[in-house]
Design a protein around this ligand. Structure first.
Ligand code: FES
Length: 322
């Protein structure tokens, strides 16, 4: 069951780069939209029956405050399966689009003393919102944006705003050596209390992961566009889900996900990406008994949570809080 519970009107479409358009989405009757915290994303259901997730690219303001608009950035992928092509080619100003309410599986960590935000290309969308929220809060942070050239820098105006500009470092692949950021140098030493947030294409994520291999797992927070190509994992084995609150057991076949097995017995678990990226299907449970296959939970979250769209039992049984 995917969530589809708001309709918004496209108020503005702006070209950010040769490949990226931004879309400003508002309530059709001019009312406020549900508030969100920086790092959140929405599902957008677009013409052609496609559904994709997009991070919200601007800070909504203080927690609990409604939002006047949602801003997203959509890159037209050369190998688009239809989603980005639909947004670029078929959506016009004034169109109505069904979307989900914002959800956040990539929040700012309140325990951090310092925040390091690394953005690759259009991966800057959630990190821009987070940087704006951190600037508003007077936090200690740096936002590093890695793009091909100045022409490929989206939301350049927002990055130049006086509150944000002193915290921004830009790396252009095509630029001079002096402005380039060496990931290994940048991540060689972790200042105490620093939390690292990363969003970008697969190769960029891998490069950051490798340069930060010595950082504690719980200090690294990632938002993937898609599951890494090598993430398929071993074929699944059958297991049993034990639902602690209901006191029932639900068998999961080798070729079935836990979510599908629950749906088959009439228990609806909301899902969105179905790739372990978004956190929509995460429930509490005895995570130590799980073979985690998600990309959204940290090491310590995995002790007590499980993403049911992809993860399986390590052994014969997995206990969850349902
Ligand atoms: S549906 Fe997105 S993580 Fe499971």
């Amino acid at each position: 069951m995917t969530e589809r519970n708001l309709t918004v009107r496209v108020a503005r479409i702006a070209r950010q780069t040769p490949e990226i358009l931004s879309f400003e989405l508002v309530h059709p009757a001019g009312r406020a939209l549900p508030g969100y915290q920086a790092g959140a994303h929405i599902d957008v259901h677009m013409p052609g029956g496609f559904s994709r997730q997009y991070s919200l690219a601007s800070d909504a303001g203080a927690e609990g405050v409604d939002a006047s608009r949602y801003l997203i950035g959509v890159k037209r992928e050369a190998a688009s399966r239809g989603g980005s092509a639909s947004m670029h080619g078929r959506v016009l100003v004034g169109d109505l689009l069904p979307i989900s309410a914002p959800r956040n599986s990539f929040p700012i960590r309140s325990e951090a003393r310092r925040h390091l935000l690394l953005a690759g290309g259009v991966g800057m969308t959630p990190l821009l919102a987070m940087a704006q929220a951190l600037a508003r809060a007077g936090a200690d942070f740096t936002l590093c944006v890695f793009v091909r050239s100045a022409e490929h820098l989206a939301f350049a105006e927002a990055l130049r705003e006086p509150l944000l500009a002193p915290h921004v470092r830009l790396h252009f692949d095509a630029g001079g050596a002096a402005q380039k950021i060496d990931l290994r140098d940048l991540l060689a030493v972790r200042a105490a209390g620093t939390q690292l947030y990363v969003c970008g294409p697969g190769g960029f994520m891998q490069a950051v992961r490798s340069a930060a291999a010595h950082w504690p797992e719980d200090a690294i927070h990632t938002e993937y566009f898609a599951a890494p190509a090598d993430a398929a994992g071993a074929p699944g084995k059958p297991f049993v889900l034990r639902l602690a609150q209901r006191g029932i057991r639900v068998p999961v076949a080798a070729d079935q996900s836990a979510v599908d097995a629950l749906h088959a017995v009439g228990i609806d678990i909301p899902v969105s990406c179905e790739q372990g990226l978004c956190g929509t299907c995460v429930v509490g449970g005895e995570g130590e008994g799980a073979e985690h296959r998600d990309f959204c939970l940290t090491g310590s979250e995995r002790v007590r949570k499980v993403a049911l769209c992809c993860s399986r039992a390590r052994g014969e049984e997995l206990v969850i809080d349902l």
